[in-house]
Structure formats: C-alpha cells, structure tokens
Write a protein that binds this ligand. Structure first.
Ligand code: FAD
Length: 317
C-alpha cells in the first residue's frame, strides 16, 4: 500500500523508522533481529536507505593505480522485498541519483515493481568521499527533482525502453527529503524551499525531514512550506542521541544545530549510558509535542540500533 494511503487511513500519529542495509559480511537475520522488537508498534512502512559505492585506489603490480568501486551496504531493493515478505509490512526503498544512469534508474524501478514495492524515496545522494561536489553519471540526474520527474513519468507510462510501457504498470508513491535547517548547499532557505516545491510539483506526494532537535525549526519549516504552496504531508524525522560523541558528529554530518540546553546536558553526561537516557527523554518530549500538533507520522532514524527507538516507542504508542 502507498505511504500516503496509510496517512489517509490513520486515526492517530503513525510510527515508522528507517534502517540501513547490513554491511557486507553480515546477515539478513541480524537485520531482522533489529526490526523485530519494533514491529510491536505497528509501523505501516519501513524505509531502507541506499548506499552508493566509494572509490578506492589500489596499486597494481606494475605500479599503476587501479580505481575500484566498493559498495559496503548493497542490497536495498532486495532487502525491501525480503522485509515485506517476512513482516508483511510496506517498505520504502531509497533511490538516489548518484551512481545511476537514467536507464539503471528505470531498471531499479522495474525491479521494485516486480517485487511488489509501492513506494520510493527519491533523493540526490551526497558526493562520494573522493569528490568535493556532487557529480552525476554522464546520463544521470543532477537533482532529486529530475529523479522525481522520471518516476512520475513512468507512473504515466513513459519509459526509456518503450517495450516496457506495455508490460510494466508502475504506480509508485514518491517521497522526497526536506530540510528544516536548510540543505547545506543551498544559498538560503528560500531557494531551498523553491527547489523542494519543484519536487512536489513534479510528483512527490510527501516529504520526510532531515533530523532536528528543536521542534520550532520543524514548525517554522512547515509554515514556510505551506506559505510557499506546498500542501503534501511533511513527516518529521527524529533521531535519538545515543552517544556523547554525537554532540559534535551530528552537526558536522547533517548540518544541523543541537539546542544549547541539550548540548550542555550532554556535555555533563558521565558516559554513553547517561547520554542515551538523555537522548531518549529528549526524543520523547519532542515526539509528544509533535503528536499534539497532529503530525501524520513520526519517522525515526534507527541507524542500525533498535534499542533507543524502542524505548521511545514504548512511551508513545
Ligand atoms: P536535492 O533535492 O536535489 O537538493 C540538493 C541541493 O540542490 C539542495 O541544496 C537544493 O536546494 C539544491 N537544488 C535542488 N534543485 C536544484 C536546481 N534545479 N538548481 C539548483 N539547485 C538545486 N543519502 C543517501 O545517499 N542515501 C539515502 O538513503 C539517504 N536517505 C535520506 C533520507 C532523508 C529523509 C534525508 C533528509 C536525506 C537522506 N539522504 C540520503 C541524504 C541526501 O541524499 C543528501 O542530503 C543530499 O545532499 C541531498 O539530497 P536531496 O534529495 O535533498 O537533493
């Protein structure tokens, strides 16, 4: 079922979460053990992130450098299908522009359709570590809006490979990312909002936000979106802090601010156990306020660990 149908059918705020595909060498069972404790809270859908390749240079025997690409967390689409079959829950594979030609994108979407996946989160992706800015494939997309346009086009029967138009019948519900604290590359919040609106105008049906720790940023963002004419559901993305190091790590990785009272409380935590307790309490308070405001769904970034998300869900759902 489509994510937007779940929103329409819901009586109360829904609970959902995002997981990472297992690292190469790990097992699907390990991933299922992580999902299992969260199923009690009846997530209508689970997101699975996409991780593109990184390039490494290895010296060959002849002394020349060989460029190799390595994907540490492959398998997003297959993992989505396995989760749907095992847990009988909808999944949302993330699909990125980076590393994909348009044809590869079309093939990935056809795979998803064959596997009974109804949803997709369309993203640009970040640049690979060896590059300083995002570089699309020669025949790939520069921005998530172009990817949204391709998926929406397929939903209307427009395939690159015209033969597919007769046998495939895709009807994906398309989600996109939004940034309450502005995407770090955007020159200003207004420009960022303009591009977000473009994604919605081209076919995105809902938005999931980057994590934030100050609800005012989310409420202001939603107000700006509504003012700009963006009417689709805007799902808050929440991440419980679980370690002291995340105080500096999260702002540098995700370009966001940790409110001062949370930052100083974290500094005073004597260890990660205390930090995690504080992180859970903070996320619970955030969640309660967001639920009172009537958000359709709370979406948790589990980052491969279910324990903190479970402790939050136990207090809310
Ligand atoms: P876009 O919407 O394309 O925006 C990128 C930047 O370009 C923004 O600054 C925007 O303002 C600007 N822009 C957009 N269109 C134009 C235009 N036409 N002209 C000029 N400027 C423009 N990354 C992964 O690799 N895998 C994942 O699974 C993943 N999941 C995510 C889930 C969520 C909920 C979020 C919030 C992020 C996720 N990311 C993921 C990270 C995401 O890929 C990065 O934040 C990336 O830098 C931007 O992606 P986007 O889809 O928001 O890009």
């Amino acid at each position: 079922m489509k994510v937007t149908e779940h929103f329409k059918n819901a009586q109360d705020t829904l609970f959902s979460f995002e997981i990472l595909p297992p690292l190469k060498g790990q097992t699907l069972k390990g991933l299922f053990d992580h999902i299992e404790p969260l199923m009690e809270f009846k997530p209508p859908f689970i997101d699975v992130t996409y991780h593109r390749e990184e390039y490494v240079y290895k010296k060959r025997e002849n002394g020349l450098l060989e460029k190799r690409s390595i994907r540490k967390r492959p398998g997003t689409v297959g993992i989505c299908a396995a989760i749907q079959n095992h847990f009988n829950v909808d999944t949302v594979p993330h699909l990125i522009c980076g590393g994909f030609s348009k044809e590869e994108t079309e093939n990935a979407l056809i795979d998803m359709n064959f596997l009974g996946i109804d949803n997709v989160l369309a993203l640009r992706g970040d640049c690979v570590k060896s590059e300083t800015r995002f570089v699309p494939e020669p025949d790939g997309h520069h921005y998530a809006s172009e990817l949204v346009a391709q998926i929406a086009g397929m939903n209307r029967g427009r395939y690159l490979d015209e033969e597919q138009a007769d046998c495939c019948n895709t009807d994906f519900c398309i989600g996109v990312a939004g940034y309450p604290e502005k995407h770090f590359e955007a020159p200003n919040a207004k420009a960022d909002l303009r591009w977000l609106k473009k994604k919605v105008d081209l076919g995105a049906e809902y938005i999931v936000t980057q994590m934030f720790f100050d609800n005012k940023k989310y409420f202001d963002f939603v107000a700006s979106c509504r003012e700009a004419g963006i009417t689709v559901p805007i799902i808050p993305g929440l991440k419980p802090i679980t370690t002291k190091t995340q105080l500096n790590l999260l702002p540098s990785l995700f370009h966001l601010e940790i409110p001062d009272d949370l930052a100083s409380a974290l500094e005073n935590c004597k260890d990660n156990l205390e930090a995690s307790q504080l992180g859970v309490e903070w996320a619970v308070q955030q969640s309660k306020e967001l639920m009172q405001a009537g958000v359709p769904c709370l979406h948790f970034y589990s980052m491969g660990k279910s324990d903190a998300v479970r402790r939050i869900a136990e207090q809310l759902f």
